[in-house]
Ligand binder design. Structure first.
Ligand code: GLC
Length: 751
């Protein structure tokens, strides 16, 4: 079937958009012709049962543990070629041991060892949402590369990352795992992470298979509740949620993982529109799709399948190649093929896709090539890995507020009181989805400040309270400690298990009596700089209103304490920018910046909300906007130039301006380009991010920054789901944040 570049495709009454926007992923010619021949030759030897065996994946924590029924069942299945991949088996010793069992099978097909290496293997980087706050694509790619290097040296072939779900709802705990709310930023980061994990070409022992997940639109779960239904317009699906997956596919991501949610009533795991028509059809994707944990069997719970057998038939037919921990394929697929309910060539296609990756990794030539003791020791002890993690942690920190230049802490400070339940936290700094929880390898904020504070600065400490409950028993001592200090650093936030999978929250305030602790400390009359840890946007009204400075730390990883000290003492000038909007209250959600429209009743005069699109009990504006983040220096934007006021087909326009560091400290600024199409056949958001640059400037230095806009960047999906730019005027905005526009201009697109 050939796809027209301009006309939508009609499939089962569903519109597939024109492919101009999603310029087709060229089918990867097999990287090495003999791989296809080797796959074909092997497939021809396989029995139906052996083919089904490749489509099964199990979690293997028990498989290297003490004797158990589960362990012997798993080992027998592996030995008889009934398992294609194991997850949660890691380390050279264990992977070698289990691979040897797999090689006893009749055709000696090696296993794929997989693991959730989401933000580091042994060296833990900031959570992905924190990395996204760096807006530094090179640093993000390096972080993924270090994670891949360490994992690949430890017998791992495949990571279930990057998670590329657009996350706009801070009630959903998995926003911590993605790149935030914006499609353009999220697509750029998806590509950087895939290239970081996989390198330019698969097969190196410092790279692993990456996995774009969760396909698709998992982040749009109704009410921010994990595993819930998703209902989306075709425009939203194609314009907001699919592009990061397309970016990952175009970057060569080796695998996809589907998702637990339904999309407009059809579970993603059984959704042929997503997996066959879009991914394997229109995008001609050559890799394979693994289900999420048990999601094939869960089709029965959704009421989309009558039972596990029906679920297996629906999932395989819809394009789910491998069954993670569902036992739906192992128990039913062979019989379904024999009964003619599932076509053999669909099974063969799934097996072929999986075998191709095993060949590309070189596992048939040397099944143990990722399991080398000496390399494991050398790579895991490489000090450069921690250097990269500390630098990324520095870049991830977002200075939300800094009144009267409270920060950086000056060397003259005699006494600093470090207070709060997360001041000495270690495990929490690695956040959720961490592989390594060995706290001897994690630097707390207390460790970092103790090491950094000069000999003329005394560091006091008090815990103050817990992150749960409502006990104020520690307040008095905390206040007394504050009174002995020149300045208070307060460390508050979420613990590592308050965000992540299955961690949706209806209330995203700081948990426990932490805000009350802040108020008590503030009343002591000393400046209070607050460090907030968390996996999502949190609400902290009193702190936001009354703190002298606020540094948002996310979960900064194993080097987090050092990175925080670097920023607090000014050794590193913070440049982080929020990749997700922080609401004033949950009632404002959804509140992503690019979900804001002029409406028919815009607020034209501040405060005049009568019969306008507004709340009577809160402003429309967020607490902190997408793209917000301060610096210890200041930047001036000037001399906006638009290379041509009118754009004809095939042309592009350069939008340039001068950026100057007007402060006394060197620093970096993330300059952002936003666009608005004020009149169109489908109403457009007030602002959409179209480009950004991270610019480093010395005090007094100026640079010219240039963005390029072409027709594609002006386009959107019209009512016919065609990706089109419509003639007319466009507003251009350049700024330091989505709510801090410094320069504005116009251009016109001609027919
Ligand atoms: C989980 C997650 C998925 C993860 C998988 C394996 O349920 O949804 O992101 O990769 O199971 O741990």
């Amino acid at each position: 079937m050939t796809f027209s570049l301009r006309k939508p495709l009609l499939f089962l009454g569903l519109l597939l958009p024109g492919t101009a926007a999603l310029a087709q992923t060229k089918p990867t010619a097999s990287p090495n012709a003999n791989i296809e021949q080797r796959v074909t030759a092997l497939l021809a030897q396989m029995t139906l049962e052996e083919k089904v065996g490749q489509l099964n994946q199990y979690s293997g924590r028990e498989v290297t543990g003490p004797a158990s029924d589960r362990k012997s069942t798993l080992l027998n299945s592996i030995r008889s070629g009934q398992v294609g991949s194991m997850l949660n088996v890691k380390g050279v010793k264990d992977t070698r041991e289990i691979q040897a069992v797999a090689l006893e099978s009749r055709l000696h097909i090696p296993l794929l060892f997989s693991l959730d290496v989401i933000h580091g293997y042994q060296t833990t980087f900031p959570i992905p949402l924190g990395e996204a706050a760096s807006w530094d694509l090179d640093a993000i790619r390096l972080g993924a590369h270090v994670a891949a290097k360490e994992a690949a040296a430890s017998g791992i072939h495949w990571t279930f990352a990057p998670m590329v779900d657009i996350g706009r709802d801070p009630r959903w705990g998995r926003v911590m795992e993605g790149a935030g709310e914006d499609t353009y930023l999220g697509s750029q980061i998806a590509k950087a992470r895939v290239l970081g994990f996989q390198g330019e070409k698969l097969g190196g022992t410092d790279a692993v298979l990456a996995c774009a997940k969760h396909f698709a639109a998992y982040g749009a779960a109704t009410a921010g509740r994990d595993y819930n239904a998703v209902d989306l317009s075709p425009q939203q699906l194609w314009e907001t949620y699919l592009p990061p997956f397309k970016a990952a596919a175009d970057a060569g991501v080796a695998t996809f993982m589907n998702s637990f949610n339904t999309l407009n009533g059809i579970p993603a795991t059984g959704n042929a529109y997503l997996q066959r028509d879009i991914l394997k059809g229109q995008w001609q994707y050559p890799g394979f799709v693994v289900s999420d944990w048990g999601s094939i069997a869960e089709l029965a719970n959704w009421g989309y399948a009558a039972d596990k057998k029906d679920a297996a038939q629906k999932a395989l037919t819809a394009g789910s190649d491998m069954d993670m921990e569902g036992d739906a394929y192992s128990q039913n697929l062979a019989q379904l093929v024999k009964d003619g309910k599932v076509k053999t060539d669909l099974v063969d296609d799934a097996v072929r896709r999986i075998l191709r990756k095993k060949f590309e990794l070189g596992l048939f030539d040397d099944p143990y090539r990722f399991s080398d003791e000496a390399r494991e020791k050398q790579v895991l002890s490489d000090p450069q890995n921690r250097v990269a993690a500390r630098q990324m942690a520095q870049k991830s920190l977002v200075l939300l507020k800094n009144q009267n230049a409270t920060l950086p802490l000056t060397k003259q400070l005699r006494t600093v009181a470090l207070i709060g339940p997360l001041a000495k936290a270690k495990r929490d700094l690695n956040g959720s989805w961490t592989v390594d929880t060995d706290t001897t390898r994690i630097t707390s904020l207390y460790d970092g400040l103790s090491q950094r504070a000069g000999k003329n600065t005394q560091l006091l400490y008090a815990k103050g309270c817990d992150t749960s409950g409502d006990s104020r028993a520690g307040f008095a001592q905390a206040v007394a400690t504050a009174q002995r200090a020149d300045l208070v650093v307060l460390a508050v936030g979420e613990t590592w298990d308050m965000s992540g999978e299955a961690k949706s929250r209806t209330d995203i305030h700081l948990p426990g009596p932490q805000e009350e602790l802040f108020k008590a400390l503030k009343a002591a009359g000393k400046p209070v700089a607050v460090v907030v840890f968390g996996g999502r946007p949190l609400i902290f009204d009193a702190i936001a209103d009354q703190a002298d400075a606020i540094l948002y730390a996310w979960w900064p990883g194993s080097e987090g304490g050092f990175a925080l000290a670097d920023v607090l003492f000014g050794d590193y000038n913070p440049a982080g920018k929020l990749p997700i909007t922080f609401p004033r209250n949950v009632g404002q959600i959804p509140i992503a910046y690019n979900q804001q429209y002029n409406t028919g009743r815009p607020i034209t005069k501040p405060g005049d909300i009568r019969y306008k699109s507004a709340y009577i009990d809160a402003p429309n504006t967020p607490r902190y906007a997408f793209g917000h983040g301060l610096s210890y220096t200041a930047f001036k934007y000037s001399d906006l130039k638009i290379s041509r006021p009118q754009l004809k087909a095939g042309e592009s326009v350069q939008v340039s301006f001068t950026l100057t560091n007007t402060g006394k400290t060197a620093g970096e600024e993330v300059a952002q380009l936003y666009l608005r199409d004020p009149v169109a056949s489908v109403v457009r958001p007030l602002k959409e991010l179209k480009d950004f640059r991270k610019i480093s400037l010395k005090p007094g230095q100026s640079k010219t920054v240039t963005f390029t806009l072409d027709r594609d960047k002006l386009a959107f999906y019209n009512q016919q789901l065609e990706w089109k730019a419509e003639p007319g005027a466009f507003q251009l905005m350049v700024g330091s944040a989505s709510d801090d526009i410094r320069l504005e201009g116009q251009m016109e697109l001609l027919p």
